[in-house]
Design a protein around this ligand. Structure first.
Ligand code: SAH
Ligand code: DHB
Ligand code: MG
Length: 228
């Protein structure tokens, strides 16, 4: 069969999305609010949001760390899947994005379970190091989805903030296949490549990559678990 390409990926994403990850009022309103506020439309897709929900449920995660909030669309998916008393800490550089996210999280009824830390992640991550009653390390699930140049440093921090069994997920590691261009001058690509090499060399991690296609094109997730 001929490689079906973007038009089919989009239709198939919509087919499964409509069945398994149908929007609801809060999720749809968040996407709309992001657009009205001029945020880039780079949220995870509905099926990817459902995948994050799945990971929270399957791991029984109570403490989730997200690096890169944007308008909180992925945050809503994860926060909804938490057990009672669970929390998401989400890190966002841009105060405007954080404001939009806070409104979206409030409207979704999950603001009480989510804390947004505003500033460069490299400055907010150290604040999470000391364990303090549910607000800090160790995290059960860590979703890395901010600036791709930062991924190597975020990996170092993710390991510091983990325990054996912690699941790490990183978005956008394939970038339409550009990841294999070792001479790329794009700092995003170099960031993802260095991140992947660090993951590969890290004896405390067992990891794989899932390539994905869908409405956002061709990309992928790194999935890793911290070994005991
Ligand atoms: N997880 C979101 C999408 C995140 S987009 C979702 O799926 O809904 C990436 C976000 O990372 C953007 O909002 C961007 O402002 C933020 N970001 C970029 N550089 C950052 C940094 N150094 N520290 C924290 N956040 C950063
Ligand atoms: C970009 C960032 C993302 O997190 C994403 O999911 C898609 C695109 C970007 O910076 O282009
Ligand atoms: Mg992303």
């Amino acid at each position: 069969m001929k490689n079906p390409g973007q038009a089919v990926w989009t239709k198939v994403d919509r087919y499964f999305g409509a069945l398994l990850a149908p929007g609801d009022h809060a999720l749809d309103a968040a996407i709309k609010a992001n657009e009205l506020a001029g945020l880039p439309q780079i949220d995870v897709t509905p099926l990817q949001g459902k995948f994050l929900e799945f990971l929270v449920r399957a791991t029984g995660a109570r403490r989730v760390l997200e690096i890169g909030t944007l308008g909180g669309y992925s945050t809503i998916w994860m926060a909804r899947a938490l057990p009672a008393g669970g929390r998401v800490i989400t890190l966002e550089l841009d105060p405007h994005h954080a404001r939009v996210a806070r409104r979206n999280l409030e409207k979704a009824g999950v603001a009480d379970r989510v804390e947004i830390l505003v500033g460069p992640a490299i400055e907010t991550l150290p604040k999470l190091e000391s364990p303090d009653a549910g607000r800090g390390a160790p995290f059960d699930l860590i979703f890395i989805d901010a600036d791709k140049q930062g991924y190597p440093e975020y990996l170092t921090w993710a390991l510091k903030l983990s325990r054996p069994g912690t699941v790490l997920v990183a978005d956008n590691v394939v970038r339409q296949g550009k990841v294999i261009d070792e001479k790329s001058k794009d700092p995003h690509i170099q960031g993802v490549r260095m991140f992947t090499e660090m993951v590969a060399a890290e004896p405390r991690l067992s990891a794989t990559v899932l390539q994905t296609v869908g409405v956002k094109g061709y990309d992928g997730f790194t999935l890793a678990v911290v070994l005991g």
